[in-house]
Ligand binder design. Structure first.
Ligand code: HEC
Length: 116
């Protein structure tokens, strides 16, 4: 094997070793987000890939990513969504919880890009 090839394989392996924990951490956060959504939001919203929300007016979470950039939602969550939410208590979430929730929404969008 040529020296350059060896170097390339080595650096690819190192890259993988560096990236894997980051990817796993992202999955963990999405998982935390799902748990949080199940606890706080699932009473009204379909928070995972269920067909319909328990509350007929509450949009399923998997539709969020196609409605607005999820970053906008991050902002609204940080300020506390109140408007347009007549039946819902205003939530005040920690930044790390918002992060986890948004991560979960991203992972839903990746799973079901086309379904509404
Ligand atoms: C008691 C029921 C209830 C709970 C609990 C609830 N929601 Fe809602 N949510 C609603 C309803 C009803 C709507 C639709 C409001 C409308 O269309 O005016 C809604 C709409 C939304 C919207 C869209 C807002 C908009 O302006 O269009 C977002 C985002 C949202 N909810 C996030 C959440 C999150 C995140 C949680 C958990 C932290 C949560 N909701 C918990 C009832 C609820």
């Amino acid at each position: 094997m040529k020296r350059r090839q060896v170097a390339w394989i080595l650096s690819a392996k190192i890259l993988l070793i560096l990236l894997l924990p980051a990817m796993a951490a992202e999955n963990d956060r999405a998982d935390v987000g799902l748990k949080l959504a199940e606890k706080l939001c699932a009473r009204c919203h379909a928070v995972s890939d269920e067909a319909a929300s328990p509350h007929k007016d509450a949009p399923p979470f998997r539709t969020f990513a196609s409605k607005w950039p999820l970053e906008n939602l991050e902002e609204s969550l940080a300020e506390g969504i109140v408007t347009g939410h007549p039946d819902m208590p205003a939530f005040v979430l920690e930044p790390k919880d918002i992060d986890a929730l948004i991560e979960h929404l991203h992972s839903l969008a990746l799973k079901e890009p086309a379904r509404q």
